[in-house]
Every structure is written in C-alpha cells, then in structure tokens.
Design a protein around this ligand. Sequence first.
Ligand code: SAM
Length: 285
Amino acid sequence: MREKRSPAGRNANPANKHRGNSGHQHKKQFGQNFLNNQRVIDQIVMSIRPQAEDHMVEIGPGEAALTDPIIHVVKKLEIIEIDNDLIAPLKIKFASLPAFNLHHTDALKFDYNTLLDSADEQLRVVGNLPYNISSPLMFKLIEHAANIHDMHFMLQKEVVERICAEPGSKTFGRLSVMMQYFCQTEHLFDVGPENFTPPPKVDSAIVRLIPYKQKPIVAYDEALFADLVRQSFSLKRKTLRNNLKGWLDANQIESCGINPSVRAEQLPVSAFVALANKLYEIKNR
Ligand code: SAM
C-alpha cells in the first residue's frame, strides 16, 4: 500500500520535523521555515516571472526551493544567506552555473550598491523572508528604490495586509504609508503554514512591490517625510494635533487642508506628504 502524505509533505514525520530534506537543522533565530510544496513554489515563481536578462537578488535561499527554478533562467542571481551551514550545500549545487553569485552575509548589513553594474541598473529582488527582519529589510531596500525594478516577498500575512491597507482601515499604519509612498503594492496570494517545514505559527502571503519611477506625489525631503510619518503614528489613538505637538500646530495642519483632530490612520499618503512639505517650508524659511 502506498504511504499517504500528510499536508506537510516529505518532512511531515514528527521525528524530523525540524530538519529539511538534506538533514539541515532548522534555526529559529534565522526564521528558517522552508517551503515544502512544489505547487506553491511554482505559483510563486510564476508570479515573479524570471526572465533571461534579469539581474536578480534572492534574500535567504535556505535549501534553494526558489533558487533552483530561478537560477537556470536569469542572467545573474545574487544570493544572500547568513547561515554558515547552508553555504557549502549552495556552492555544491550551483557554483558551476554562470548566474551564481553567493554573498555569505547578513542581508540587513549588506551594501546593495555593490551589486550594481551601472548607475541605472534595475535589480529584481525576491525572498521568502525571515519574518523577524522583514520590516527593517524592506525599509533598507526602499532606500535603493531607484535601482529596483520590483520585489516579490513572502511575508507574514498580517504584514502584507498592513503594507497594502487602505487609509481608514484597521491595519493602515506607518508601514502602509512608507511602502505605498515608494511603491505600487499588491497582495498576490496567501500561503498556509502547512506549506513550510517546520510550519510557522502564522499565515503567510506573497506581496509584489514595484517602486515608482515617477512618484504620484513627492516629498521635498524624504528623510523628513519618514520622520514625520513615524511621529504621526507615535501614540495610537492620539489625534494628529497631539502626535505632531512641537512639529506642526493646529493652524499649520489646517493650512494643508487636513483636520488636526483626525488620527493618522485616517489619512491618505498624500496628506503625510503635504504635512512633511509644510514642515520643510517652515524649517527652510
Ligand atoms: N528560501 C527558502 C525557502 O523558501 O524555503 C528559505 C526561506 S527561510 C523563511 C529564510 C532564509 O533566510 C533562511 O535560509 C535563513 O537562513 C535566511 N536568513 C535569515 N536571516 C537572514 C539575514 N539576516 N540575512 C540573510 N539571510 C538570512
């Protein structure tokens, strides 16, 4: 009789539930939940649509679930992996391929400018990201938005919902404003915990982020804009007037056409740009 596979697939045996198919010991501190379902892997790769001319970056290849179907297609694949134990297997598998370029380092500390072959090069970035570093990593990557064509990430579903949230919704916050200022955002599809080994405690989802080449609205000073957005959301349930005390007074907020008594989560991205630009004008008078 054929053995029936449980949803967790080849690694479902409780005896090896924290090991990958190569016997790798999964490390919690590196957020190692490896994809185990070929149908989901295919769906992700189809959404990415790797092309022969692509210069791609994969953050956290792990045991190469996404690397394998991508590296044979693209011109160059920059692979960034922190875990020492995964480096030799990746080299054994791929080092002979012309696209292979491995960086054994922390993706949060990596200098992405070193990957650029020319000043206007457009990288494509992908990754089933370790959930503990996903927000700081995305904030770091949007600093390089001018050199990024698109990004496809697996994230905690709740984070994808926050990135793509509409103003006024429960999940709209600082991450929504910042990502929507720099990128077109799209929640592609959800992925359940049974598709990973070991299964994470949360649902996951795939997001597509396409940095604007021409932003719909432009902040005069993007660092100041980022500071103002952080300050506007600093105390939940407080009004804009309260959170922006010492930054802009009620009259200055009103002069941007914004009611100072609303809360930050009710405002569209354009309102934060208007407030940041008002602050810029006041500071540079
Ligand atoms: N891509 C594989 C997959 O889909 O099965 C593995 C994804 S697993 C969620 C995250 C991967 O990111 C692991 O390989 C882990 O070692 C790596 N990682 C964790 N923190 C990292 C960091 N700071 N820099 C680079 N890689 C990191």
